[in-house]
Design a protein. Sequence first.
Length: 221
Amino acid sequence: MTKSKKRRTPPDIPQPGPFNTNGIQYYLAGRHAFRSGHSQDVSAFLFHLGFELMFKGAVVSELFRQYESSWTAGRTTAERDAADLEYADVTDRELRRMDHNLVEAWSSFKQQHQESTLPRFDSVVSALDRWRRLRYPGIALRDYYITSSHEDKVEVPTAIGPSGEPVIVYHLSLAEMDELFASTPTLGFTLATVPGAIEGAAGRPNVGMETYQWHNQQAIF
């Protein structure tokens, strides 16, 4: 049986907004996992996914602006369809090229937003990206490592392995995640879009905002 596919119209074309909204909500999920005492790996992966989506949203925004004029009412249906497919293909290839590399997505994000303060988070983003190596539980790595986390900014612990050499440390700081978040979600989006993403649409706005504000010295609301 074959299925007919309706021609996509501009409102159906992938847009940057959902990248930012979903990224914010994954960040909140990371805060919830951290607060609940869940696995450090789980918290880190949720934060990673949240910032990955927010950073990639800048890439989608740039491509969307390039193709937006191709979807105007004055274009023919064939022209709009062709532009739609080209935009989708270009966007898909660019996002797949980045894969889940947070540093790569961060680099593109900084290129879109030339604010001078963003490079100060380079080390934070790089440290968060390292958690990708622990994505699958129970898969032993060849290197010895330890994991740690803290609500505040503290000195990253150190450890010595059986060979007497320092081992890899995967450290997660909630304060650093909050500081990074406070500097990113409104770049390219209005401040008014952030509370809506935090509060959600399930009729329980206090839950999301309370999760965001808990032990958050960098809260923007």
